[in-house]
Ligand binder design. Structure first.
Ligand SMILES: Cc1ncc(C[n+]2csc(CCOP(=O)(O)OP(=O)(O)O)c2C)c(N)n1
Ligand SMILES: [Mg+2]
Length: 550
């Protein structure tokens, strides 16, 4: 006989889970008690939003579901921010919620929420387990749902009395992953389309990639066919930015030359991604429902094929099976577009070279240049949302898989908790979180988690004293009518020290390098606050330019 709590932990162990991210609650004490005897590490966090974002980052960097435990009501609603990210970003994750006891359900008992309704639109699957004997069945299904097709978050509600009840149940077996393969007929058609194309373009996106796939197999195809390759918004770790076939990231504020290149392509191979609103420049690069280009869309979820774009060829396959199968088809010796591929890479190199001047005493361009020189290729960079993120996305040249954790859903507050999870997973790699002053304050409390577990992340807080992105839009749409976008901030370096970390303040460009070296040498979680002039709102435009419509 086993308790429900013990069976949950057995199922996690059977599925290879080695850590969970949580904020405790009295609603799932039986699980915590079972974890006490397990090898699974619990990472205790400060707010459920941060815990869920850590679980998301875990899923993002490993491909295995990130596991999060939270309490009912407020714990669950706090965690919803991370569930939404995992949903939009196609990340495998399982959120467990302690639920009110069965006798009290439907009375609006203390902190009661109906999770099927609450998470209905932002989770891939929601289930409440009423009978502990069904835990092996429903958890096996949860692992399968979270990872199969288009990965996503599963929410599992655990009534308190179910967790303490004792039942007989079989030993739990690991879930079986579901794979989808392209057929030879489809591969023939793709090959024929490519051979007939004049200006083909490849876009990589989505999840379910791995290092070999992104850095050997897809490169081999790109080289064999001399294809230009772009990556979707915040999926930059899918292709080596210094590879001669790399054409740039297809995201917000796209290089206009790259945008034109995609619009002008006669064939687009979209592998793994959905090409949503952000990468598609609001559905203008590929038109919905009928793109001007021929479109080969490869996706592991049949529901995504034909959902927004009618493809010329729809291939229901994971990136892995498609890329490995297509790698056997060799390209022509010298295709007509080979010169254009070289130009595309030259365009990227020019676009990703930062400007060295700008308003104010701190210049982000030289700081990014310096970071590019000293950061190891396997450094992991995380961020949330804000104009500061442009500096990372445009000027950091990603070289490897599993080096980026940034929400395609544009959620603020992600960078710090993601860095905590990343450093816990890869203690030997350097982990740098970028945050704005607004962004940091959303989940900055997880800096305490970094201190608690001795995880020396470096958080670079780009402090311009405003919710910069919104101020930029405000000045453009309603010039001079500033409302609710100014911020009065704490002393971030002092905050780092108060948490038990290392703090630095950068007021001039030249102060950055020594501050960064001191942060590294401290061996502690660190915050480096960069005081950026709010006028430096984008790498190339000032706030005044935007207000005055120059
Ligand atoms: C959770 C969340 N709330 C609000 C927004 C809307 N939003 C997008 S960017 C932004 C401002 C970001 O400010 P900051 O982190 O200081 O970066 P900056 O733009 O100033 O560089 C806001 C409020 C969002 N994307 N996510
Ligand atoms: Mg700001």
């Amino acid at each position: 006989m086993k308790t429900g709590g013990k069976l949950i932990v057995d199922a996690l162990e059977a599925n290879g889970v080695d850590r969970i991210y949580c904020v405790p609650g009295e609603s799932y004490l039986a699980v915590l008690d079972a974890l006490h005897d397990s090898k699974i590490q619990s990472v205790v966090c400060r707010q459920e939003g941060g815990a869920a974002m850590m679980a998301d980052c875990h899923g993002r960097l490993t491909g295995k579901p990130g596991i999060c435990f939270v309490t009912r009501g407020p714990g669950a609603t706090n965690a919803s921010a991370g569930v939404h990210i995992a949903m939009q970003d196609s990340i495998p994750m399982i959120l467990f919620i302690g639920q009110v006891a069965s006798h009290a359900k439907e009375r609006e008992a203390f902190q009661e929420v109906n999770y099927r309704r609450f998470f209905g639109d932002i989770a891939k699957w929601v289930v409440e387990i009423d009978d502990a004997a069904r835990i092996p069945e429903l958890l096996t299904r949860a692992f399968s749902v979270a990872t199969s097709g288009r990965p996503g978050p599963v929410v599992i509600s655990l009534p308190e009395d179910m967790l303490t009840s004792e039942v007989e149940a079989p030993a739990v077996l690991p879930a079986v992953a579901v794979e989808t393969h392209p057929g030879e007929a489809e591969l023939d058609r793709v090959e024929a389309l490519l051979n007939a194309a004049k200006r083909p373009f490849v876009i990589l996106g989505g999840t379910r990639w791995d290092h070999r796939l992104a850095f050997n197999d897809i490169q081999a195809i790109a080289e064999s066919w001399s294809l230009p390759v772009g990556v979707s918004f915040r999926r930059q770790m899918l292709f080596d930015h210094l590879h001669p076939n790399y054409a740039g990231d297809v995201g917000i504020g796209i290089n206009p030359k790259l945008g034109a290149r995609i619009k002008d392509a006669d064939l687009v191979l979209l592998i793994g991604g959905r090409f949503g609103e952000m990468p598609s420049s609001d559905y203008t690069l590929l038109k919905s429902p009928y793109p001007d280009q021929q479109l080969v869309h490869v996706h592991a979820d049949p529901d995504e094929l034909g959902r927004v774009y009618r493809p010329t060829i729809a291939i229901n396959a994971s990136p892995a099976t498609f890329v490995r199968a297509f790698a056997r088809r060799k390209g022509p010796a010298a295709p007509g577009w080979a010169e254009e591929t070289k130009k595309a890479h030259a365009d990227y190199l020019a676009w990703s070279t930062p400007p060295l001047t700008g308003p104010g005493p701190v210049q982000m361009g030289p700081i990014m240049n310096w970071l590019e020189k000293i950061l190891p290729e396997d450094a992991i960079l995380t961020n949330g949302a804000g104009n500061y993120a442009t500096w990372v996305h445009r000027f950091h040249r990603f070289r490897r898989y599993a080096t980026q954790a940034a929400p395609t859903s544009g959620s603020m507050g992600y960078g710090t908790p993601a860095a905590v999870a990343a450093k816990g997973l890869f203690p030997d790699r350097e982990v740098i979180a970028f945050a704005g002053d607004g962004c940091f304050m959303m989940n900055g409390q997880e800096f305490a988690t970094a201190v608690q577990y001795g995880l020396p992340i470096i958080v670079i807080v780009v402090n311009n004293g405003i919710y910069g992105t919104i101020r930029m839009h405000q000045e453009r749409e309603y010039p001079g009518r500033v409302e609710a976008t100014d911020l009065k901030n704490p002393d971030f370096a002092a905050l780092a020290r108060a948490y038990g970390g290392h703090g630095e303040t950068v007021r001039e460009t030249d102060e950055f390098a020594p501050a960064f070296e001191r942060a590294r040498a401290s061996g502690k979680p660190s915050i480096i606050e960069i005081k950026l002039d709010p006028e430096a709102i984008t790498p190339t435009r000032t706030l005044s330019d935007i207000r005055d419509r120059r």
